[in-house]
Design a protein around this ligand. Structure first.
Ligand code: ATP
Length: 218
């Protein structure tokens, strides 16, 4: 598929998705359409299934029933899906024995990309901690690093679970700025958050996950 053909396809198309985890049926016939370039805030109470939905979209979980496509690629085509997404989940996926600088360099290398690591570190206010092992950073500093990595890797679909958790006021503004930047660079965003007043600034389409299905609005 050419890049031109791909750009005309919806970023996300889910049809009748059911997903069971243990004894819980978390998603119950869920449908979702997200156009390329859209920015969506995903709301819902604790345990509603927001993280589960993001993990399904990242092809880290399989549905029990239903069909899903990411930029036209079937969700079961995990390699193609993972080539198009970046998931910033509860588990930040950082390497604790590497430094922030090394984590960012490794992420760029894994995606065969280049980027300005020093600028990303500075923007995240991590310059002074750039060469300390990640395991010695605070929770908020780790979150800033994960956000900096998201900003460096400009993936077509960016899935972010609670971008504002563990951050101080300045860190929250950094999260918003990096999400803006990702969208301006052409990424589609889906942001699960408990702070609609923050998330809706960057992702104005609100979807509420309730009883395993999505509804528009707050
Ligand atoms: N690995 C698992 N095995 C069994 N059940 C799970 C698993 N992970 C999540 N669940 C269940 O799935 C449901 C949805 O969880 P999920 O983490 O997706 O919710 P959430 O909307 O992201 O919640 P929160 O706002 O608290 O982060 C919950 O009932 C949870 O207990």
């Amino acid at each position: 598929m050419s890049q031109e053909e791909q750009a005309t396809l919806p970023a996300v198309q889910l049809r009748g998705i059911w997903l069971r985890l243990g004894r819980d049926t978390v998603l119950r016939g869920l449908d979702l359409d997200v156009q390329a370039g859209e920015a969506v805030t995903l709301l819902g109470r604790n345990g509603a299934g927001k993280s589960t939905l993001l993990r399904l979209l990242a092809s880290a979980l399989s549905s029990t029933r239903g069909e899903g496509r990411i930029f036209g690629y079937d969700l079961n085509d995990r390699r193609a899906v993972r080539d198009h997404i970046h998931l910033l989940g509860h588990d930040l996926g950082l390497y604790p024995d590497l430094t922030p600088r090394e984590n960012l360099a490794f992420a760029l290398k894994m995606h065969a990309q280049t980027g300005d690591i020093d600028m990303a570190l500075e923007r995240a206010d991590l310059t002074r901690a750039a060469d300390r092992r990640v395991r010695f950073l605070s929770a908020g500093m780790k979150k800033r690093l994960a956000l900096a990595r998201m900003g460096l890797l400009s993936r077509p679909l960016v899935l972010v679970d609670e971008p504002f958790a563990n951050l101080d006021a300045e860190g929250r503004e950094l999260a918003i700025a990096l999400l803006w930047q990702a969208q301006a660079a052409g990424s589609t965003l889906i942001v699960a958050a408990h702070e609609p007043e923050l998330s809706l600034r960057v992702a104005p389409r609100a979807l509420v996950l309730d009883n395993g299905q999505l509804q528009e609005g707050r």
